[in-house]
Write a protein that binds this ligand. Structure first.
Ligand code: SF4
Length: 697
């Protein structure tokens, strides 16, 4: 007999609802739920989300090896947790709590992530906890908090359909967030909205746009400031909104003198008339929405880009109403939730400052601990440096794969080779798990209860459809067991529901939520009380920080630009058919059937110069390493630029990228790296060794 279990897609941050069809303790198929943001539809990844659940490579028992020269052996949970406890106590005694690092997961539930950050802070006493939000939207959290007082998507996905003009910048939405891409197309085609696409690539949505601003990678601040300059010069700003709701406008208006569109052509590559046209379209709309993603955020200027967009929206009064706002699209299913529940080195759950003594005092009492750290901890990329330099020695990674996802990944691998002890907690033996001492088997999204929080701040339930494979356990349970062994009794939860009740109790923006109230399509935060309906639209009665704050930001060139040695600019990103580091999607026959190898998009002019033909194997080299990929000759990329997706371990694009950080949000520059390219047969033995990480820097 089959049964259906309603849950959520485990891939991107849209939060699509799916129904798993379970037959004889196996998920045989799935279909979209009629309820929810996806309106009864799914993208190809969603339709394939059951294919990895029963994959034979799923981890089913803990693995242990005494040192990295040995093979893993299967052990009991008892033995694995005993070893972790022993090694954790040793590092705490010898090196103190700040020698210990934790990475949570944008793919695990809120309950799993809450458990990990509580363990880090209350049991170990460190605030070195972060996750891959640092690689995608750290600059959104920092920038929007500075400007508006809240670092999340201001509006709801439904609101997109109310917009008259959509400015889509740095988001390949139809591939990264396909069900939001569908909404954009619907709004343009059926409701007559005008779409402005600002993107260095000719992405698919350009086909339905009215205007494509094809700016050079890394020049977003200049482009956005240029649009605002035109709006102010032509008197198109919303004076009433500015005066009633914001502060700092005059200083920003004065700071834009150098951003006349004709001056920007040389920087951005965008004709001045297009910048003027974009300004008139955006400012002239009754309701204009800005949608962006990692093309804006993954830069050393990521925070400045976000602030520039906030300035633009406030100057035109496009905040706090349906069809307007600033809408950052979060990449992974629960990256919003992992941030919300405190998997950040500077915030306890609910964005409560980790350095505020009153907040610390509150959590000391709530969690019954006197170990809470007093200072902010290291961010993700700072942890890598600390491990590399032996300043920290011990790490617990839950559901992340930094050897593929982090910049300059050969450097990441060398850091992990340096670590004294590494625990990896995952559902497959990832490339990162290969460096571990202990590997713990996690439960997939189909094997546990919990909650994910989607990009529109919507907290929704996932439901257990099956028992976890083998001896795998929900992550919150395993972490709670470890806490108990460490002598801490405040994590002995019996169910995910119990964990969520605790989250709601200590997290003001979740306070009115419970599993009962989350039935159906969930609730959008903030939801401060049990009778509060949730908040689909932020800043509608004024900004979260009181007055919205205009802040001057200026264009600075990217840290690495093309030169004679490395004449091309590499952009990295994702494909429709794979997800993140491929841990799940590369085990899906359907998705592998669509795309199973890395490729580089190369402009036809550059291909001709280099003697490269479509499908040919090429070597792409930066100052950090080399990878081999298949060439795709296409006008999607401009002359002088190359695009490579980062999903593929055998051709890891992040071998090439820079680890230079945005000074404000500590997000790395993942979108602009200087590279050169040649036909594969022209590579040398030394280059091959370098691509395998064998050559020293
Ligand atoms: Fe899943 Fe995102 Fe596709 Fe929806 S749009 S089905 S959440 S991958």
């Amino acid at each position: 007999m089959w049964r259906d279990v309603e849950t959520l897609c485990p891939f991107c941050g849209v939060g699509c609802r799916i129904v798993l069809r379970v037959y004889d303790e196996k998920v045989e198929a799935l279909y979209p739920s009629e309820e929810g943001v996806n309106e009864g539809k799914l993208c190809i990844k969603g339709w394939s989300a059951h294919e990895f659940i029963h994959h034979p490579e799923r981890l089913s028992r803990p693995l242990l090896r005494e040192d990295r020269s040995r093979e893993f052996r299967e052990v009991s949970w008892d033995e694995a947790l005993a070893v972790i406890k022993c090694r954790l106590e040793a590092v705490l005694e010898n090196n103190g709590p700040d020698a210990v690092n934790f990475l949570g997961s944008a793919k695990c539930t809120n309950e799993d992530n809450y458990a990990l950050q509580k363990f880090a802070r209350a049991v170990v006493g460190t605030s070195h906890i972060d996750h891959c939000a640092r690689l995608c939207h750290a600059s959104t959290v920092t920038g929007l908090s500075m400007s508006f007082g809240s670092g999340a998507m201001t509006n709801s996905i439904d609101d997109i359909e109310d917009a008259n003009v959509i400015l889509l910048i740095g988001s390949n939405t139809s591939e990264q967030h396909p069900l939001i891409g569908r909404r954009i197309i619907k709004t343009v085609k059926e409701k007559g909205a005008a779409l402005i696409v600002a993107d260095p690539r000719r992405i698919d949505l350009v086909e339905v746009s009215r205007l494509h601003l094809r700016h050079r990678p890394g020049t977003d601040t200049a482009l956005i400031n240029g649009i605002l300059h035109v709006i102010i010069q032509e008197g198109r700003e919303d004076r009433k909104f500015i005066e009633e709701n914001t502060k700092g406008f005059e200083a920003v208006a004065k700071s834009l003198g150098d951003y006349a569109p004709e001056h920007l052509e040389a920087i951005t590559g965008v004709p001045s008339r297009q910048i003027v046209e974009a300004a008139r379209m955006y400012a002239g709309a009754e309701k204009a929405s800005i949608i962006y993603a990692m093309g804006i955020t993954q830069h050393v200027s990521g925070t400045d880009n976000v602030v520039a967009l906030a300035n633009l929206s406030m100057a035109t009064g496009n905040v706090g109403r349906k069809g307007t706002g600033i809408n950052p699209l979060r990449g992974q299913n629960n990256v919003q939730g992992a941030c919300d529940v405190g998997v950040l080195p500077d915030f306890f759950p609910g964005y409560q400052s980790a350095e505020d003594p009153d907040v610390r005092d509150y959590f000391s009492k709530s969690w019954n601990t006197d170990r809470l750290p007093e200072k902010n901890g290291l961010t993700l990329c700072e942890m890598t440096e600390a491990i590399f330099e032996k300043r920290t020695r011990w790490m617990y990674i839950m559901g992340e794969n930094p050897t593929l996802s982090d910049p300059d990944s050969v450097h990441v691998r060398r850091a992990l080779e340096n670590i004294d002890f590494l625990v990896v907690h995952d559902i497959f033996l990832t490339e990162t798990a290969a460096f571990a001492n202990v590997v713990l088997p996690g439960a997939s999204y189909a094997e546990k209860d919990g909650t994910f929080t989607s990009t529109e701040r919507r907290v929704q339930r996932i439901r257990k459809a099956l028992e976890p494979v083998g001896e795998a356990r929900p992550e919150w349970k395993a972490i709670g067991d470890l806490a108990g062994r460490m002598g801490y009794e405040e994590m002995e939860w019996q169910s995910a529901r119990e964990v969520f009740s605790e989250i709601a109790g200590v997290t003001p923006i979740y306070r009115g939520m419970s599993y009962e109230r989350l039935e159906g399509t969930g609730i959008q935060w903030p939801c401060p009380g049990v009778n509060h309906p949730g908040t689909p639209l932020l800043h509608s009665g004024g900004f979260a920080r009181g007055k919205g704050c205009f802040i001057s930001v200026h264009y600075n060139p990217p840290p690495e630009v093309s030169d004679d040695d490395y004449p091309l600019i590499l952009m990295t990103g994702r494909s429709l058919f794979q997800f993140h580091t491929g841990t799940m999607t590369r085990r899906s026959p359907t998705l592998q059937g669509q795309l199973d190898e890395a490729y580089a998009e190369v402009n036809p002019g550059d291909a001709k110069t280099l003697g490269i033909t479509d499908g040919m194997k090429i070597a792409v080299e930066s100052r950090r390493g080399i990878i081999r990929v298949a060439a795709r000759i296409t006008e999607r990329v401009s002359p002088g630029t190359v695009f490579i997706p980062f999903h593929f371990a055998e051709a890891a694009a992040n071998i090439l990228t820079l680890r230079t950080l945005d000074p404000k949000s500590k997000i790395p520059e993942l979108k602009v790296s200087a590279v050169k390219m040649k036909r594969e047969e022209l590579t040398t033995l030394n280059e091959i060794k370098k691509s395998n990480g064998e050559m020293k820097e």
